[in-house]
Structure formats: C-alpha cells, structure tokens
Ligand binder design. Structure first.
Ligand SMILES: *[C@@H]1O[C@H](CO)[C@@H](O)[C@H](O)[C@H]1NC(C)=O
Ligand SMILES: *[C@@H]1O[C@H](CO)[C@@H](O)[C@H](O)[C@H]1NC(C)=O
Ligand SMILES: *[C@@H]1O[C@H](CO)[C@@H](O)[C@H](O)[C@H]1NC(C)=O
Ligand SMILES: *[C@@H]1O[C@H](CO)[C@@H](O)[C@H](O)[C@H]1NC(C)=O
Length: 309
C-alpha cells in the first residue's frame, strides 16, 4: 500500500526534475564554420584568441545587400570574451533589444570564435548558438552594472590550436595610469562600417576622482574610465561594446560606453574586479544544477521504491 501524499510528492518532484532538464539540456552544438578555410595569418594581437564576435541571426538584421544571401560575419554587433568553454562575458546592453525594450532571446544570437577577421572564417572558427542569457540586472537596460553572461549551447573546442583561449579575470582592483588593451571590431570612423580585422587600442586608466569630475552623474563605483592613446584613430565606438579591456594578462574591464566615439573623452568600462563574485556565482550555480539533478534522480528512485512497497 502507498499513501496518496506520496503520489503527489512524487508528481511534484517529477515536474521539478523535468523543468530542470529542459532548462539545461546541454547538447553539443558546435561546428566548424568552414571546413575548407585556409590557415589564418598569425594574428599579431596576443589577445585576439580571447574575443568572440556576437552576431544576430534575426532576419531583420540580415543584410540584403548581397541579394538576400546571408554572408558570414555581417551581423556582428557586439564583442564578448571567453571566460570558460561554455561562458562568454559581455555587456548587458548587448543582450537587450533597445528598440523593443526587451531581453534578446538566446535563439536570436550566434557566437563566433577564432575569427580575427570577422568576415573570413578560418579552420579554427567555431560558431555556437546561445543557450541562456544572464544580465547582471534583469529587466533593466541601465548602464550601472553593464555586464552579462552568455551560456553557450555546447562547448568551445579550446584545444584546437592557439586560436582560442580562456581569459583570466582580474583579482585585484585596476591601477590608475596603467596602459591596457581594448579589442573589438567597432567602427573605425563615425558611422563607418565595422572593422573587418579585430583592432587593438591602448587605453590609459584614469583615477576615479578624474572620472567623477568628467562624468559626475554616470560614473559610479564599479566602473573604470580610461582614455585612448593619441595614436588611435578613435575611441571605442559602435561594434566595440561588450569587448575586453586587458591590463597585462588580466581581463579588467568590459567596454560599456564612450562619448560619440570621441577620443577627447574617456570611455567607460564595467570593472571586472568588483563583479567577480557575481560572475563566479553564475558559474557555480550552473555546476550545482548537475548535482541537483543527481539528487532529484535519487529522490525519485527512493519514491518509486515507496510506491512498489
Ligand atoms: C573543399 O574540400 C573538399 C574536400 O577536401 C575538396 O574536394 C574541395 O575541392 C574543396 N573546395 C575548395 C573550394 O577548396
Ligand atoms: C533582397 O534583394 C533581392 C534581390 O536584390 C530583392 O529582389 C528583394 O526584394 C530584396 N528583399 C528585401 C526584403 O529587400
Ligand atoms: C587538449 O590539450 C591538452 C593539453 O594541451 C592535451 O593533453 C589533450 O590531449 C588535448 N585534447 C585534445 C582532444 O586535443
Ligand atoms: C602609459 O603610456 C604612456 C604613453 O605612452 C606613458 O607616458 C606612461 O608612462 C605609461 N604608463 C605606465 C604606467 O606605464
């Protein structure tokens, strides 16, 4: 005999388990974009292997300039950084549709890794779909904590070559006046096309006091502001958003915004150091969900024993 209560509890557990499984079905979905592509020329950017181009697959953004054909790489709009085989760190404004005022859907996005030249897939190019989006603040486009994590469907095959790598996050607060590197495919002149080859620019970090003085309202604790070196053609611009700011070997900031791509103003970055706990929490929660599934499976097994008793 078994109690009615047990049946209900069993059903409850079963539905919870089912939910977890559908939320987190991690099927390998990675493929090489172009089996015939040629070896890329060695990229002179030591950081290029850490960046990905985030692209839209929504038909609206598909260019018709080629007679309606989809051309590899034309839908680039933001940059991300590889922080694990399954997670990309980017800006939260990169996962919002500004026009519709809503969070983008994972199925609207593609992540393209191992392609220093955005328009030319190489033997190392990997294209992955996105499984989940996790902005720091849900439902808010605000720039205060401008960061988001993208969970990939499948895993980046990081072993293929030196073309891809995992960036190390900063564990110390950034030091003012350090010279750091920003990577992106952003516009190299205002209203121009996005760069084809990933560009690297040197920025010098400013003191918080100086940043507050220039941006008294928008500069907040947890942000970094930095000025691009004089030899760069432009500040960060459209298409650079979400990209990394590397100081030494450490991922220190995320490109958040600039002032009209104008070099005479500093650009604002989200500081990785102040958000590292949040980033780590998202990871470990993902790790824990496997443990949760195991525990649930054990619970169900236990309940099914009760049923046949
Ligand atoms: C692509 O690779 C296949 C198989 O290796 C080969 O037969 C074909 O000619 C290649 N195509 C081009 C355009 O190189
Ligand atoms: C796309 O281009 C083709 C050929 O140039 C044209 O016939 C078609 O109307 C275009 N579609 C849109 C939606 O503009
Ligand atoms: C991945 O790289 C590690 C260390 O470089 C190596 O031991 C391992 O065999 C590689 N795996 C594959 C599948 O290439
Ligand atoms: C950063 O670069 C500038 C310009 O090249 C130089 O004057 C400055 O000393 C550098 N700062 C550090 C900390 O190396």
């Amino acid at each position: 005999m078994f109690h009615l209560q047990n049946v209900w509890t069993l059903r409850l557990w079963l539905s919870v388990l089912l939910m977890l499984w559908t939320l987190d079905g991690c099927e390998g979905n990675y493929y090489l974009a172009h089996p015939n592509a040629t070896e890329p020329e060695e990229s002179e950017h030591p950081y290029a292997k850490y960046v990905v181009s985030i692209q839209s697959i929504s038909p609206k953004m598909k260019s018709n300039r080629s007679g309606g054909h989809y051309y590899f790489g034309v839908n680039h709009y933001c940059v991300g950084t590889i922080i694990s085989p399954t997670y990309i760190l980017t800006a939260s404004h990169c996962v919002f549709d500004n026009r519709l005022r809503r969070l983008l859907q994972p199925h609207e996005l593609l992540v393209i890794a191992g392609t220093p030249n955005r328009l030319r897939p190489t033997v190392h190019t990997q294209v992955l779909r996105v499984q989940g989006l996790r902005p720091y603040m849900r439902g808010k486009i605000g720039h205060k904590h401008d960061l988001a994590l993208m969970r990939l469907q499948g895993m980046l095959e990081l072993n293929l070559s030196r073309a891809l790598g995992i960036a190390e996050m900063a564990l110390l607060p950034p030091r003012p006046f350090s010279n750091c590197t920003v990577l992106g495919w952003g516009q190299s002149f205002v209203r121009g096309p996005f760069a084809e080859l990933v560009t690297q620019r040197i920025f010098q970090l400013q003191t918080d006091r100086a940043c507050h003085k220039i941006f008294p309202i928008s500069f907040k604790h947890g942000m970094i502001c930095a000025t691009v070196h004089a030899d760069a053609p432009l500040d960060v611009c459209r298409g650079d958003s979400g990209g990394p700011l590397f100081c030494g070997t450490k991922l220190t900031g995320i490109v958040s915004r600039g002032v009209r791509c104008d070099k005479s103003y500093p650009a604002i970055f989200t500081g990785v150091f102040w958000h590292r706990h949040w980033i780590q929490t998202v990871y470990s929660r993902a790790g824990r969900s496997w443990l949760a599934k195991l525990l649930l499976a054990l619970t169900i097994w236990r309940f099914s024993n009760l049923l046949v008793d």
